[in-house]
Design a protein around this ligand. Sequence first.
Ligand SMILES: C[S@@+](CC[C@H](N)C(=O)[O-])C[C@H]1O[C@@H](n2cnc3c(N)ncnc32)[C@H](O)[C@@H]1O
Length: 279
Amino acid sequence: MSEEQTVESVIEAQGLNDYKERSGWQAEDQIAVEYLDACVQAANTDSFNSFKSNPKYTTILEHVLKEQGQCYLNIAREMNEDALMENIELFKDNDKIGRPVTHAYPGLDGTISPTTLRYIKNTFEMALMLDGQEISRIVEVGGGYGGLCKVLSCVCDFDEYILIDLPQVSALQRKYLDQFPEISDKVKCIPSTDVKEIKDIDLFISNYALSECDLESQMAYYNLLVQNSKFAYLIYNLVNFNDFHYNDFIDKIKEDFTFDSGRDYENTVILATRKDESN
Ligand SMILES: C[S@@+](CC[C@H](N)C(=O)[O-])C[C@H]1O[C@@H](n2cnc3c(N)ncnc32)[C@H](O)[C@@H]1O
């Protein structure tokens, strides 16, 4: 962004004038607007170098506390200590961009962001669900800056990873994932305003995202994406405004999938496998 440009002029030039409308996202107005503003700044200015410690950004993302990070580390260790220790330096590459707050944890060298630890835990849960199945096409709704995509890529050799998020966030995802040449060509970032049906999805992911949208958006994404997927992994965060949608969403997923749902120490984890249509 040049000296004369303002965030508002960039938003206008990029056709993001309606950026205060949030495609069904139910986050509180002020924090959502600040988050989207921080994303536009990071995608267009040097604030990219430290966006992960911008308080306007961390109200929504990259805010996992040190102690929560320890819980996620413990869960990841229990699931697969060998894979954790083999890949930990690769996982830590996610912290090289955007200056996140990092901490030291017993048994790990150096420091790591607790949010990256949570992405490692997500990755290991997906590996348990997939049980060695080959995964070619992944679609993630509401992927934030793309951290789970980066962490998962360390242990999953996918062919294509399609990220769908609000337009301002999508631009930041593109810039972030372009910092990692080993995956940037395999990643597509689609603004939520341009989403169409995607077929033949191996793995659908929504990590604290679909659950934050109104029921209409949840069902639209279900019809366009989830029902075309062999596996689905969702962290469904239950907050006051969406308790009610959880039951509707579960009723829907039951039609096409067998699933396990359990709770990690904070939220509901849904691991869903499409029913075999020949049965
Ligand atoms: C709480 S953040 C979670 C980010 C990331 N999945 C993570 O776990 O760190 C919710 C994300 O959902 C995105 N989002 C909100 N409404 C959306 C919509 N209608 N379509 C796609 N993404 C949306 C937000 O922009 C944000 O990036």
